[in-house]
Ligand binder design. Structure first.
Ligand code: NDP
Length: 245
């Protein structure tokens, strides 16, 4: 597929999986719109990726704001005429035991990992329906397939994200709109920095990492594979994990 002139919008593009995916698509010559809250990080990434062929635009966006997500999609359309791919990737993972009642963190996960995804779908779907074309991807997780102690709420949000995508896939199945849930295993990113529960942190430091983590580029490759298929091929689910996880 020729990515020149195609536009990819990525949330959570200021680090980790989102940043690596942005690089993958810019390298293919796509127009890429980077979205996250930290504008200065987005500026740095734009500078770093300037060597590639594709165009880069940035838009500071908090995905918990429905209006900001609407503005993001409109901005991408104004800049590049169309949105071909939306990657709902922003997320956080403040794991905690439920007995520790980190209720603010539970709310935050629901707001970003679930409502942020819904706002993205809601903002881009009318545009894609009008064009009868497009691809929506969402980052779920291996934790969207299984739940572990301290992951009740995180897994809840990632199960929800995956099921929302499954429902969407069924609704658009007779159109040229495609949908993919990406479920990474352990990836070496800044995600663990959102954990504040001392019990969880203590367990992690005692045990060390059980798994050899993947890199953001491994997930970027899976995203690119899913979207770079012929129009009649719809890859709805991808699980990518370290082979010792
Ligand atoms: P990072 O912490 O590196 O990236 C998270 C991204 O989300 C950042 O760009 C951050 O940007 C953005 N973000 C957080 N809150 C908001 C918000 N309110 N509005 C907009 N952007 C926001 O971690 P990863 O790259 O690992 O995470 C990406 C996705 O992958 C997440 O959905 C995560 O749950 C999922 N995942 C990660 C795994 C891993 O092992 N790393 C495993 C399975 C799934 P900023 O702070 O600038 O807003």
């Amino acid at each position: 597929m020729d990515w020149n002139g195609k536009t990819v919008v990525i949330t959570g593009a200021s680090s980790g999986i989102g940043e690596a995916t942005a690089e993958r698509f810019v390298n293919e010559g796509a127009n890429v719109v980077l979205a996250a809250r930290r504008q200065e990080r987005l500026e740095e990434i734009r500078k770093r990726l300037n060597e590639y062929e594709g165009n880069i635009a940035i838009k500071a966006t908090d995905v918990t704001s429905r209006q900001e997500v609407e503005n993001l999609i409109q901005y991408a359309i104004d800049e590049f005429n169309q949105v071909d791919v939306l990657f709902n990737n922003a997320g956080l993972m403040p794991l905690s035991y439920m007995k520790n009642k980190k209720v603010d963190e539970w709310e935050r996960m629901v707001d970003v990992n679930v409502k942020g995804v819904l706002y993205g779908i809601g903002a881009v779907l009318p545009h894609m329906i009008e064009r009868n074309e497009g691809h929506i991807l969402t980052t779920s997780s291996v934790a969207g397939h299984e739940v572990f102690p301290s992951g009740a709420v995180y897994s809840g949000t990632k199960f929800a994200a995956r099921v929302i995508m499954e429902g969407l896939a069924k609704e658009v199945k007779n159109t040229n709109i495609r949908t993919t849930s990406i479920s990474p295993g352990v990836v070496d990113t800044e995600l663990m920095e959102t954990i504040t529960d001392e019990d969880v942190l203590g367990k992690m430091s005692n045990r060390g990492s059980q798994f050899t983590p993947l890199h953001g580029t491994d997930i970027a490759e899976a995203v690119f594979y899913a979207v770079n298929q012929p129009q009649n091929v719809d890859i709805n689910e991808v699980i990518v994990r370290p082979n010792n996880q």
